[in-house]
Design a protein around this ligand. Structure first.
Ligand code: ATP
Ligand code: MG
Length: 265
């Protein structure tokens, strides 16, 4: 899955990557493998909590309708709901805006034994903020450095970080938004404001390219996930996460008491 990782220091060009890539696997095989990986994630989460040594942060970023919610639902399908936290970052409140942009983010980072998913994140502060010009350029330009330092701090203090950009084409977004309009039971998901952001598609792509090029590091890598086929998206993210947990070499803690001979009456 390393082919989807944004190499630290390299300049990313989204136009070179195929959002409809399926890695040559078919849907049925992919779904079966994802099911197996879902179960492995379930035990890995239990082990993470039991061991109480590591913290895991997953960052999800994408354009509207690219499938952030579906990803969370499918990849963590089997995981104990008590074992994962989701922090969703919306438009900042006036209180949040009166602080620095990382202020509201830090408190949601995972504690020891926890997995936290950021559904949107501090990256909005170099994405929508840059595209809409919500702060002057000299301010957002400095944020890439802050973000690298912030994530390095988290990593140095024991947080494993994986960041995923769900890559869909502009045409796929059109089709998904139109499908929401065509199905009254999906109208609640339709946000007219998404159409304004859609008009700025190219600016967003440029902002994503810079953000990922500037902040994909050894300890906090970005992955560009081909996301047009949901089953492949789920498979790739599941594989990356299971592999990440494997590398933590976790073990259940040793029982310090001698339990031999104890019988529960
Ligand atoms: P969904 O539409 O599936 O419910 P969502 O993540 O799109 O999920 P919304 O409430 O529709 O949630 O959108 C959140 C909006 O808040 C997005 O347009 C996002 O760009 C914006 N946002 C998030 N963080 C910031 C920020 N720091 N500054 C300005 N806007 C932000
Ligand atoms: Mg939305």
């Amino acid at each position: 899955m390393e082919k989807y990782r944004v190499t630290p220091g390299a300049t990313l060009r989204l136009a070179d990557l195929d959002p409809a890539d399926t890695g040559g696997i078919d849907k049925a095989t992919a779904k079966a493998e994802t099911k197996t990986l879902n179960r492995r994630l379930e035990s890995q989460q239990e082990l993470l909590y039991a061991e109480g040594k590591h913290k895991v942060l997953i960052v999800l970023q994408a354009m509207d309708a690219a499938g952030k919610d579906g990803t969370i639902r499918h990849v963590f399908d089997r995981v104990n709901p008590q074992g994962v936290k989701v922090a969703s970052f919306k438009k900042p409140t006036s209180k949040e805006l009166s602080h620095d942009y990382l202020w509201r983010v830090h408190e949601h980072t995972p504690a020891t034994g926890e997995i936290t998913i950021f559904n949107r994140s501090h990256y909005e502060d170099v994405l929508i903020v840059r595209v809409l010009g919500l702060v002057p350029e000299d301010r957002w330009q400095r944020r890439y450095g802050h973000i690298r330092a912030f994530e390095q701090l988290l990593a140095d203090e024991g947080t494993t970080i994986r960041k995923f950009y769900l890559n869909i084409s502009k045409e796929e977004q059109r089709a998904r938004l139109q499908a929401r309009l065509d199905d009254p039971s999906k109208h609640w998901k339709f946000d007219v404001g998404d159409l304004d952001q859609r008009k700025l598609w190219d600016d967003y792509m440029a902002a994503y390219e810079t953000a990922m090029s500037e902040t994909s590091t050894e300890d906090a890598p970005w992955y560009v996930i081909p996301a047009e086929h949901k089953w492949y998206r789920n498979l790739v993210i599941s594989r990356i996460l299971v592999d990440t947990f494997d590398r933590l070499n976790m073990a259940f803690p040793e029982q310090t008491e001698d339990l031999s001979g104890i019988v529960v009456e």
